[in-house]
Design a binder for this molecule. Structure first.
Ligand SMILES: [Zn+2]
Length: 141
């Protein structure tokens, strides 16, 4: 179970819509399973319509911010423009979370334009995918 506030959810969806038709990406940090900060990152993949590759400079900057704030890296998020909110084979193969075994893979799908969908998954080292429940709570960004 991971908790997100409504404004944080809206922020991720807004980021995904802004980036469309390219995939966008970022990092979520917080503590005790409650997301506190949405960190936007740059997608530097050469084919950003179908892939994401987080800029290593952003990863460094954001993980420093998280460490300085005494927070935990809770997850990595990215968008899917035309496919469902489920990890693709590439997402599993390139999952940056292997360095953060507890981090979740959040995927925001814009497949249904009217109803963007955010889902979270735990991707194990052996490629096993398990969905994690997202609880939307009241609160600020
Ligand atoms: Zn993906």
């Amino acid at each position: 179970m991971i908790k997100l506030t409504r404004p944080q959810l809206d922020m991720i969806i807004a980021h995904a819509r802004e980036g469309f038709p390219h995939e966008i990406c970022g990092i979520l940090s917080g503590q005790n399973g409650q997301v506190e900060t949405v960190h936007e990152a740059t997608n530097v993949a050469p084919n950003p319509r179908i892939r994401f590759s987080m800029d290593p400079k952003d990863i460094l900057r954001i993980t420093d911010e998280i460490d300085d704030g005494g927070r935990e890296l809770l997850g990595f998020y990215h968008s899917h423009c035309h496919t469902q909110a489920y990890p693709s084979p590439t997402d599993v193969a390139d999952w940056p979370g292997r360095w953060y075994p507890d981090a979740l893979a959040f995927i925001c799908s814009l497949m249904d334009e009217e109803r963007p969908l955010l889902r979270a998954f735990h991707i194990a080292e052996d490629g096993q995918i398990e969905e994690a429940q997202i609880e939307i709570v009241e609160g600020s960004v």
